[in-house]
Design a protein around this ligand. Structure first.
Ligand code: NDP
Length: 289
């Protein structure tokens, strides 16, 4: 056991990144440019989505970024949502477009995401940006994996040659994370629900990224002593007292902190970095316009 278990303070990293972005926005303004502008589209009344959008718009405001919310009923026809996205694509006063997921079941999310202009796609989910990332071209990188990479690099410096495992292969987290790690010259394994001997795969890794959505699935005993753990999972579980709920990650934190050299907490790890990277992508979109 190594047991140093140094906590990677995502909140503090994110606050620094947001402060840098706010400075850059001020510098743009003094050069005569307007504030970067993000259009946020929210369809329906999923409570978690409303919380995410509120947090994103508050972070924009604090950094001097204009955010324009477009709220629509859950019954919005797909064609109308497409028309809204196309209108935002054409609007020169809009730099970035974010369509909050999940969308209601009658709407084809892939069709909507593909309709966002690649140069305004600050979530980096469109096939064009996914392709750019997969082929090593510059584009918009999804905010959560970008935040994970920033945390890794500020904790470990150069990660070239490190053995990394990404658990999860979603388009939002796992796949783009694997591309980013390959880009940083790590040796990457991607595990998923069909992988065999997950503990054995994790045991080899210097870097473990858990993006599964299963509370505390990754155990301390799976980890290589001295590894670095980035826990992307956000899972709500009942409190031991039986009253109310609490958030836990995909990693059993207390056990893992006994073995790992560095670990992100949940909450306060990856989550704040996701929002800071959204602001970073919006600033980038504004400088592309
Ligand atoms: P998805 O449900 O889209 O993907 C989960 C992945 O985990 C899939 O690839 C799935 O494999 C894999 N998986 C499921 N069960 C197992 C298992 N037993 N062993 C190995 N792999 C398994 O989730 P997301 O990628 O969208 O999100 C993952 C987690 O990250 C969630 O908890 C989510 O809330 C959180 N999240 C946090 C964010 C943040 O800002 N901190 C942002 C986005 C997500 P398969 O493909 O074979 O089905």
């Amino acid at each position: 056991m190594t047991g140093s278990g140094q906590i990677i303070d995502g909140k503090a990293h994110a606050a620094r990144l947001r402060a840098d972005i706010a400075q850059a926005v001020i510098a743009r303004a003094s050069a005569g440019a307007r504030a970067p502008a993000l259009a946020v589209v929210l369809v329906g009344d999923d409570p978690a989505s409303h919380v995410y959008v509120r947090n994103k718009t508050a972070a924009c405001r604090e950094a001097g970024i204009t955010s324009i919310e477009h709220r629509r009923d859950a019954t919005l026809p797909e064609a109308e949502l497409l028309a809204l996205v196309q209108q935002l694509n054409r609007d020169p006063a809009v730099d970035g477009i974010l369509v909050q997921l999940p969308l209601p079941a009658h709407i084809d999310s892939a069709r909507i995401i593909s309709a966002i202009s690649p140069d305004k796609d600050v979530d980096g989910f469109s096939p064009v940006n996914a392709g750019r990332l997969a082929t090593g071209l510059d584009g918009f990188v999804p905010c959560t994996p970008l935040g994970c990479l920033r945390l890794l690099q500020s904790t470990l410096g150069d990660i070239a040659g490190a053995e990394a495992i990404v658990i999860g292969r979603s388009n939002i987290v796992g796949r783009p994370m694997a591309s980013l790690l390959i880009g940083a010259s790590a040796t990457v394994t991607v595990a998923h629900s069909r992988s065999r001997d997950l503990p054995g795969l994790v045991r080899r890794a210097d870097i473990v990224i858990a993006a599964v959505g299963r509370p505390e699935m990754v155990r301390g005993s799976w980890l290589k002593p001295g590894c670095t753990v980035i826990d992307v999972g956000i899972n709500r579980v009942p409190k031991e007292s039986g009253e109310g709920t609490r958030l836990v990650g995909d990693v059993a934190f207390a056990e893992a902190a006994e073995v790992a050299a560095h670990i992100t907490p949940v909450p306060g790890g990856v989550g704040p970095m996701t929002i800071a990277c959204l602001l970073e992508n919006t600033l980038k979109a504004a400088s592309l316009q």
